[in-house]
Design a protein around this ligand. Structure first.
Ligand code: IPM
Ligand code: MG
Length: 355
C-alpha cells in the first residue's frame, strides 16, 4: 500500500517528537511492505515567520493531498506574552480544523499500569482508568461570534451550536461507546447555559431514537471535573462540546501521570484525520532532548487505525509501546530517578522491539 502522510511538525518540541514518529513509521513501512510518501508543511509560529499566516494555503494543499496528517505542536511564548498580536500560532490550528472539517476529536486517556506511581492521585483510584473523550472540535465558543465594542471597553465570545453539529458528534460518541462498554456520559452546564440544554435535549433524542440500548448519562461539567479526580473509573466515553472537552481532557490526561503519553485524532466526514499528541509545544524543554515522543508515536498508531485502515499495525505499535514502558524505558517526564532516556533513544528502543 502507498501511505501518503502529511507532516506538520510545527513549533517547540513538535519537530523533535515528529521526527521520532517518522522513524517508527519508516521502520514499520519497511517491515510490512508499505511505501511511505511524506510531504511536509509549515504550521504555527514557523509558518507565521515565513508566510505571516499560521496555516497557509500551501500547507492546506499538502493536507488535502494526504491520507493522514501527523501534527506535532504549535505555540510560541513570543505570542503568549503579547495580547495585541494580530496573528497567533493557535489560530493556525483552529483554521486547519475548520478548513478540513475535523469536527470529531478523539482523546483516549488510558493509564499504563506500570506508570501508576506517576499519577498525582492514589494508585487504587487511577488503576484501570480507560476513558475515551469525544470532543466536538469545529463549533461552540471557539468559533462563535466574538469581538470588542464600546471603545474597547467590552469583549464577547459567543457559544453557538446547531442541531446537526450536535447530532453528528453525538453519533460518534454512541458508536464508540458501542464498541466499548456502551456507556456514554454527556457533559454540559445545562443548569446555566441554553446551548447546554439544547445539547442535552438533542443527545437524549438521538439516544431514544437510535441508541437506546446504550446507557446515557448527563453530568454538569464542574461536577465532571471533580468526579474525574475522585473516581475516574466511573467513566467510559465522555462526550463534550469544544470548550468543556478541552478542559476536561486535560484534567484526565494529568491523572495518568504524564501528558507526554497521550495521543489524539481529529477526524472529518471522510476519516481523513489529523493526528496530534495531547501535549503542547513545551518551549521550556524544546531542543533539550527531553521530550517524550510516545504521545506522537501513539498518535501515529491512531492514524493507522482511523485513517489508513491498518488496524494490525496499530495493534502492533500499541503493544510495542506497552512493552517498552514495562521494560522501564523512561523519558524525564515519567522517570522517578535522575537517569532517563533522550527523545531519540526511546524511539530507537521502540524500533528494536518492533523488529
Ligand atoms: C488543544 C489545545 C488547543 C485547543 C489550542 C492550542 C488552540 O489546547 O488541542 O486542546 O484549545 O483546542
Ligand atoms: Mg487543550
Amino acid at each position: 500500500m502507498i501511505l501518503k502522510i502529511a507532516v506538520l511538525s510545527g513549533d517547540g518540541i513538535g519537530p523533535e517528537v515528529t521526527k521520532q514518529s517518522i522513524k517508527v513509521l519508516k521502520s514499520l513501512g519497511k517491515k510490512f511492505n508499505h511505501k511511505i510518501e511524506l510531504e511536509s508543511g509549515l504550521v504555527g509560529a514557523v509558518a507565521i515567520d515565513k508566510y505571516n499566516d499560521p496555516y497557509p494555503d500551501e500547507t492546506h494543499q499538502v493536507c488535502l493531498n494526504s491520507d493522514a496528517i501527523l501534527f506535532g505542536a504549535i505555540g510560541d511564548p513570543k505570542y503568549d506574552n503579547d495580547p495585541k498580536a494580530k496573528v497567533r500560532p493557535e489560530q493556525g490550528l483552529l483554521k486547519m480544523r475548520k478548513k478540513l472539517g475535523l469536527y470529531a476529536n478523539l482523546r483516549p486517556t488510558k493509564v499504563f499500569e506500570s506508570l501508576l506511581e506517576m499519577s498525582p492521585i492514589k494508585e487504587e483510584r487511577i488503576s484501570g482508568t480507560d476513558i475515551l473523550f469525544v470532543r466536538e472540535l469545529t463549533g461552540g465558543i471557539y468559533f462563535g461570534e466574538r469581538g470588542r465594542k464600546d471603545n474597547d471597553n467590552f469583549a464577547f465570545d459567543t457559544c453557538e451550536y446547531n442541531r446537526d453539529e450536535i447530532i453528528r458528534i453525538a453519533k460518534i460518541g454512541f458508536e464508540y461507546a458501542q464498541k466499548r462498554s456502551s456507556k456514554l456520559c454527556c457533559v454540559d452546564k445545562a443548569n446555566v447555559l441554553e446551548v447546554s440544554r439544547f445539547w442535552r435535549e438533542t443527545v437524549s433524542d438521538l439516544h431514544n431514537k437510535n441508541f437506546s440500548s446504550q446507557e446515557l448519562s448527563h453530568m454538569l461539567a464542574d461536577n465532571a471535573a471533580m468526579q474525574l479526580v475522585i473516581d475516574p473509573n466511573q467513566f467510559d466515553v465522555i462526550l463534550a462540546s469544544n470548550l468543556f472537552g478541552d478542559i476536561l481532557s486535560d484534567i484526565a490526561a494529568t491523572l495518568t501521570g504524564s501528558i507526554g503519553m497521550l495521543p489524539s485524532a481529529s477526524l472529518n466526514e471522510k476519516n481523513v484525520g489529523m493526528y496530534e499528541p495531547c501535549h503542547g509545544s513545551a518551549p521550556d524543554i524544546a531542543g533539550k532532548y527531553l521530550a517524550n515522543p510516545l504521545a506522537m508515536i501513539l498518535s501515529l498508531s491512531m492514524a493507522f487505525r482511523y485513517s489508513l485502515n491498518l488496524d494490525s499495525l496499530a495493534d502492533e505499535l500499541d503493544k510495542a509501546v506497552r512493552c517498552l514502558i514495562s521494560n522501564g524505558a523512561r523519558t524525564k517526564d515519567i522517570a522517578n530517578e535522575s537517569t532517563f532516556l533522550k527523545t531519540s533513544e526511546v524511539a530507537k528502543e521502540l524500533i528494536e522491539i518492533l523488529k
